[in-house]
Design a protein around this ligand. Structure first.
Ligand SMILES: Cc1ncc(COP(=O)(O)O)c(C=O)c1O
Length: 543
């Protein structure tokens, strides 16, 4: 915003208190499109689609003909390697794709849309596996791949750990089968342990992280009598309407304020507005502040960055805690992703901040789908003695399903065993050292790839401008590394990765990057990130 505009708006604001609040809110938004949900939605709906044909696909950065030829050869060579090696997995994927909407979506959004049709036609990725063990998955062709997907964050302790939780849990609850409504006794134990872990008074069980967040927000609204929620720019809290305003949600943003993360102006909004029920925190944002999850479909150039400053983020969370306490705003830690990954007590213990409510999910189900809300007793109550008809409704047929509860009880018991309790000792130092080794190795081999990490969650970024970085995920697959469909922006390691496993992964990274280099994708073409973005605008204009 220009200085003059700010001065004019400030003058208006002084005269009208409502305008002052509105201005404070506008100033507390992150200047990027991600910070402006309504605008982002509008721009998203204008964005014209186009795709590169065979010719332009290989020289969209105006590379010389010789390099484009190199790329063409490498592309079809890679396609053949993948096709031959994973033939059965790819065949079943092609057959099932038509009937699985999710597969069509993830297939289309693996890479920037300009490249998507040709990639889908030739660079096929199998979506099926036959088994998982250790730190690997095995596909239908018997190919073993190191698992860097982390099962969307569920897999904290390794594939075998969850198999054990599910198996032991099933035998524990076998006598009640799928009888719902009445609880298996293990539920009481789970509640006792979750209260201790969260430092909160009560627990409710749900079927997904999205549902847990919905319930936490609903309760915060009920008890504060205010309707707006605050989320921070780029943060994911599930796919429910109010926490996912902007692109991806057909409805316009309603009772959601998307504020700038780690910014004094956001604290000012919290200090002055009277309509805020709760603040949602997803601590994973510390790795890429004010940005959405870094998927390779938006990897159009090399401007992606990531970094993590634990101390600065801790200070920020303490400030948020103080302002929420002062204003009676419910502070909700959304630990669906990070709970049990950073510390036994989760992000609250790791950052030393006590929230009013915490949501957990993913790994806590011991392999089964789950969402959990822990909260202060006064916030968890769903009715009022003095107004019996004024209730806050929340039910769910499968909540506290015996099999989920059984696996969870094994999960929570295992966490107390010394072998798992020890995993958290020196955890950050271990993963920081691995990241340092990764970056030093890349530098040593003169490769333009670097990693940033928040403990065992990694994000990769690129140090030389290129339009083809998204291709790395396919070379990684060819070298036996499985990434999720979002690609190199999010690697999730399970904590059972040994040094030897990690070194094997690192070697494969080097080999895949060397293939990228020799395939001409990281060629010495005179471009910058800025010139790439200018070219894209031109392509849209001329399409
Ligand atoms: C922080 C956070 N909250 C909520 C959710 C939604 O959980 P689910 O996918 O189980 O609905 C996720 C999922 O990735 C998440 O990362």
């Amino acid at each position: 915003m220009s200085t003059e505009l700010v001065l004019t708006l400030s003058a208006v604001a002084l005269a009208f208190p409502f305008a002052k609040q509105r201005l404070a809110l506008s100033l507390a938004k992150h200047p990027s499109l991600t910070g402006h949900s309504r605008m982002a939605k509008r721009v998203g709906s204008w964005l014209p689609g186009y795709a590169f044909d065979e010719e332009r696909f290989f020289d969209c950065d105006d590379a010389p003909d010789a390099i484009a030829q190199e790329r063409r050869k490498a592309f079809y060579g890679l396609a053949e390697t993948l096709q031959t090696r994973h033939a059965k997995s790819i065949a079943l994927t092609a057959q099932a794709r038509e009937g699985i909407a999710d597969l069509q979506f993830t297939g289309a959004y693996r890479v920037p849309f300009q490249f998507s049709p040709l990639v889908r036609q030739h660079l096929k990725v199998g979506a099926f596996i036959q088994s998982a063990d250790g730190v690997c998955v095995t596909d239908l062709d018997g190919q073993r791949l190191y698992d860097l997907t982390g099962s969307y964050g569920v897999n904290v302790f390794g594939a075998d750990f969850y198999k054990a939780c599910m198996q032991e849990g099933a035998s524990r609850v076998q006598a009640v089968g799928a009888t719902l409504g009445a609880y298996h006794p293990c539920v009481a134990d789970n509640v006792r342990k979750l209260k201790a872990i969260s430092g909160l008074d009560e627990v409710s069980f749900h079927m997904s992280g999205t549902e847990a967040v919905m319930q936490a927000v609903r309760l915060a609204r009920y008890h504060t009598g205010r309707k707006n929620l605050v989320r921070f720019c780029g943060a994911y809290h599930g796919w429910w309407e109010d926490v996912q305003p902007g692109p991806g949600n057909p409805m316009p943003p309603r009772e959601t304020y998307t504020l700038r993360d780690m910014h004094e102006r956001s604290l000012q909004v919290l200090r002055t507005r009277k309509d805020i029920a709760c603040v949602l925190i997803n601590p994973l944002q510390a790795l890429h502040l004010n940005k959405s999850a870094p998927g390779d479909s938006s990897l159009v150039d090399s401007s992606r960055t990531a970094s993590y400053d634990r101390q600065a983020y801790t200070e920020w969370l303490h400030k948020l805690r103080a302002v929420c306490t002062e204003r009676g705003i419910v502070l909700i830690f959304d630990e669906v992703f990070l709970g049990f990954r950073l510390a036994h007590g989760g992000a609250q213990a790791y950052f030393g901040v006590q929230a009013d409510m915490v949501t957990y999910g993913k790994t806590l189900g011991g392999g089964y789908p789950v969402g959990v809300v822990c909260g202060r007793a006064d916030l968890m109550k769903r009715y009022r003695e003095e107004r019996p008809a004024d209730i806050c409704f929340a039910r769910g047929t499968f909540n506290a399903h015996p099999h989920v509860m059984g696996a969870m009880s094994v999960f929570l018991e295992k966490l107390e065993l010394p072998e798992y309790a020890h995993i958290y000792e020196g955890l950050d130092a271990r993963w920081d050292a691995r990241r340092a080794k990764f970056n030093a190795t890349m530098q040593q081999h003169n490769l333009p790839l670097r990693a940033a990490n928040m403990s065992s969650v990694w994000s990769l970024y690129y140090t030389e401008p290129s339009r083809y970085n998204w291709l790395l995920q396919f070379y990684l697959r060819a070298h036996g590394l499985a990434l999720s469909w979002v690609g190199t922006g999010r690697l999730i390691f399970s904590l059972n990765y040994s040094d030897a496993d990690f070194d094997a992964v690192l070697q494969r990274f080097v080999a895949a990057c060397q293939d990228m280099r020799s395939g001409g994708w990281w060629a010495n073409v005179p471009i910058t990130n800025k010139s790439i973005r200018r070219s894209i605008l031109k392509e849209m204009w001329n399409r």
